[in-house]
Structures are given as structure tokens and as C-alpha cells.
Design a binder for this molecule. Structure first.
Ligand SMILES: [Fe+2]
Ligand SMILES: [Fe+2]
Length: 209
């Protein structure tokens, strides 16, 4: 079973595993709180993209039994997340609206190896997913700790726990098919690069990332 952040106090191990170099700017939660409708819409699309990306991985790597078996239920889970966020929007008489430009994810995609070997491509696809899950988990943790509204704090805590499990799953899948040392080395490069992206990204309250 994938580990989850069952407690608000993350163990040192979990923090190390998550490994993000830059914590989220503390101002972000305050900004997000002021534009909750925008945050919910952006969040809904994050969940939709997570489900869609898992389906793409299953289609592309249909010969990898473990990947197919492990990601099939994640599609259901991510789609369930989408529906939960959609229900929150509806509860507030808000509309889903159009998908926003996702500068964070676009910057991550630019870092994926171009024209590499099939193994390198698989590795980067899985690590991109792991990266987005890890940062989303960290953002949901901030919301679960600092939002004023108690209901929303627990709402986001559930997402935090779930995305932590997904983060570890994608790393595990990478280690299933690719040499562990190679996975570790490339993951370090992803972490360094992600920190650079975060440093240059404008902090805005209408985006999850
Ligand atoms: Fe999710
Ligand atoms: Fe996820």
C-alpha cells in the first residue's frame, strides 16, 4: 500500500522523500483564499489532466502489465477528485469555466528529454507525473494548514493524502522498469529544475501551481 500523510506532522523521512527544494511562498494561501472560485476551477482541471495523463500512459505502454494495473485505479481516483471539486463549484453556484494556461506544467514538459531512447522517454514521463503530484501534495498541505475555513482545510487534507500516494507510485513504477541509480540521478535533476521553475514563477492566487 502506498504511504500517505496520515498525520499533519510529516516524518523527516517523508519530507526527504518528497524532496522539493523550495517550499511554497507563504503568501500564496492568502491569495488563493481570496480567489477561491478561480482556485477550484484550476484545481478541477489539474485533476482532469491527471486522469487524462494516466489514460495516455496506459495507451502508450499497454505492454507494461504493472503500469497498466497500477494506473487503471488511479484514473478512477483522479476522476473522482475532479468530481469532488466540481461539486464544490456547484455548491457555490460557480461554473467550471474554461481551462487556464498551466505555465508550471508547460515548463516541466519543456524539460522532458527530446528524442531520447524509449527508456529515457518513459522515465521522464513518469518523473513528470511524480513531480506534479509532489508539488500538488505540498500545495494542498499548505491549504489544509492555513485556510481560514475549517471545512476547506479538511477538504484539502484528503487531496494531500491522496497525491502523496500517487507521487510514490510514479517513482516506484520508474524503479520497476529502469535501473534505480538512473532513476535517482534523473529525479535529482528534476528536483533542481523544478526549484528553478518555482523561483521564477509569479505567485498568483488563481492557480494551484
Ligand atoms: Fe488528484
Ligand atoms: Fe494524483
Amino acid at each position: 500500500m502506498a504511504p500517505t500523510f496520515a498525520s499533519m506532522e510529516l516524518s523527516q523521512d517523508t519530507k526527504n522523500i518528497l524532496g522539493l527544494h523550495l517550499p511554497t511562498d507563504p503568501r500564496w494561501v492568502n491569495l488563493a483564499e481570496k480567489s477561491l472560485g478561480e482556485i477550484l476551477t484550476d484545481h478541477a482541471y489539474c485533476e482532469q489532466k491527471a486522469a487524462t495523463s494516466c489514460i495516455s500512459l496506459i495507451q502508450r505502454y499497454s505492454d507494461r502489465e504493472k503500469l497498466v494495473a497500477e494506473l487503471a485505479p488511479v484514473v478512477t481516483e483522479e476522476w473522482g477528485h475532479f468530481r469532488l471539486v466540481l461539486a464544490e463549484l456547484q455548491k457555490r453556484d460557480l461554473k467550471l469555466g474554461k481551462q487556464r494556461k498551466d505555465e508550471y506544467v508547460n515548463a516541466l514538459l519543456d524539460f522532458q528529454v527530446k528524442g531520447g531512447s524509449p527508456e529515457d522517454n518513459l522515465l521522464d514521463r513518469l518523473l513528470t507525473m511524480a513531480m506534479i503530484e509532489a508539488r500538488s501534495c505540498e500545495r494542498f498541505k499548505r491549504l489544509s494548514e492555513r485556510l481560514e475555513d475549517e471545512y476547506l482545510r479538511s477538504f484539502y487534507r484528503r487531496f494531500m493524502e491522496s497525491e502523496a500516494g500517487h507521487y510514490t507510485l510514479f517513482i516506484e513504477l520508474a524503479e520497476t522498469y529502469i535501473d534505480k541509480e538512473k532513476v535517482r540521478k534523473r529525479w535529482k535533476e528534476w528536483l533542481d529544475h523544478e526549484a528553478e521553475i518555482m523561483e521564477h514563477l509569479v505567485v498568483r492566487g488563481d492557480r494551484i501551481h
